[in-house]
Design a protein around this ligand. Structure first.
Ligand code: SF4
Length: 336
């Protein structure tokens, strides 16, 4: 057990990817990177990190920004509640904590949008507090290394893995230890076809010896995916168009969209005379599969609903849209 941390730290120092958030001890920038990287690949998150750290270089700049600007900068990353929580927390830090970023795990975890993983990451990376991070990569490495069959999404599993990670963490370099374990999971101990021959832990790894690494980690609930059917109405008379704002407590909360009719099947629900209907477009989220169809109309409707907003065509770019609509519009402008 005691060999593990030195081995992965040596490996990390020789192999880590140089990423801007690894070159700072600034807790604000580390927090930004952690929130951006949730549910997001590093290559996709990197330009967003650069944009946010430039446009909002400190917690005061983020707190003072307009919500619409922050959401526009977030556009394309998805899970917009992350951007809203970021700004709400920046506001809280400026107003309630006099702009002082919390410096330890127990204060960090009190903040909105910061759970045990993010609090451990910030406190260990920025302040070298001995707090073990357990993310998807860490679950995978530890479940294979010790050949653990407890489901990682059970309460029992969460406790067991956290205890194990706490036991393994290094006293002197907890930040580097955490980074190393996560990087090993991301670069070597990948979900399929782990590169065991390049792994510094292969001589200690039980799953490697037993050849069962493809069965680790174990999950009890394979994602249950909810299927939804969205019909978007694009009313566009050449000068004006109609949009609406999504409401709370659903995906894409508060973003804008074309008027939407949601149904339980893909059947055509539209009684208007549309000029053109797109083919169904599939859009996958972590727990939802969206089937979307876009209907194009050359006029504005005679009856305007209370929540509809009429805008000039060129104004559309000022409104943050879900990635699904954004992509559709991009493809459309390429076609015409
Ligand atoms: Fe993962 Fe293979 Fe390393 Fe074991 S030896 S930790 S399965 S990469």
């Amino acid at each position: 057990m005691s060999k593990i941390s030195p081995l992965i730290r040596i490996w990390y120092r020789q192999n880590f990817r140089k990423l801007p958030w690894r070159e700072t001890k600034n807790p604000y920038l580390i927090w930004l990177s952690e929130i951006i990287l949730q549910q997001t690949r590093v290559e996709q998150g990197l330009p967003y990190y650069k944009k946010f750290s430039t446009n909002y270089p400190d917690v005061h700049a983020l707190a003072a920004a307009k919500e619409q600007d922050v959401l526009n900068d977030w556009q394309g990353l998805g899970y917009y509640s992350r951007a809203r929580n970021l700004q709400a927390t920046a506001n809280y830090i400026c107003k309630e904590l006099k702009g002082q970023f919390p410096e330890c795990y127990k204060d960090l975890i009190k903040l909105k949008g910061i759970g045990p993983y993010t609090a451990a990451a910030i406190s260990s990376f920025a302040f070298d507090e001995k707090k073990a991070v357990v993310d998807g990569n860490v679950y995978r490495v530890l479940s294979r290394l010790f050949d653990i069959s407890t489901a990682i999404d059970s309460n029992e599993g969460k406790k067991e893995f956290q205890l194990l990670a706490d036991e393994l963490i290094d006293e002197d370099e907890p930040g580097i230890h955490n980074q190393a374990l996560m990087e090993l999971g991301a670069m070597v101990c990948k979900p399929s076809n782990p590169a065991c021959e390049a792994c510094p832990l292969s001589a200690l790894c039980l799953s490697f010896a037993r050849g069962n690494f493809n069965e680790r980690p174990v999950k009890q609930n394979k994602n249950k995916v909810r299927e939804r059917f969205f019909h978007y109405l694009i009313f566009n008379n050449g000068k004006k168009m109609v949009i609406e704002q999504r409401q709370e407590k659903d995906i894409w909360e508060k973003l804008y969209q074309f008027p939407l009719v949601e149904t339980s099947t893909l059947e055509d629900p539209v009684e208007y005379d549309f000029r053109y209907r797109s083919k169904p477009i599939k859009h996958l989220l972590s727990h939802q599969k969206i089937n979307a169809v876009f209907y194009h109309f050359d006029e504005l409707p005679k009856k305007i609903k209370d929540n509809w907003i009429i805008i000039d065509l060129h104004e559309l770019e000022n409104y943050p849209l879900p990635r699904l609509i954004d992509k559709y519009m991009e493809e459309l402008s390429l076609k015409h």
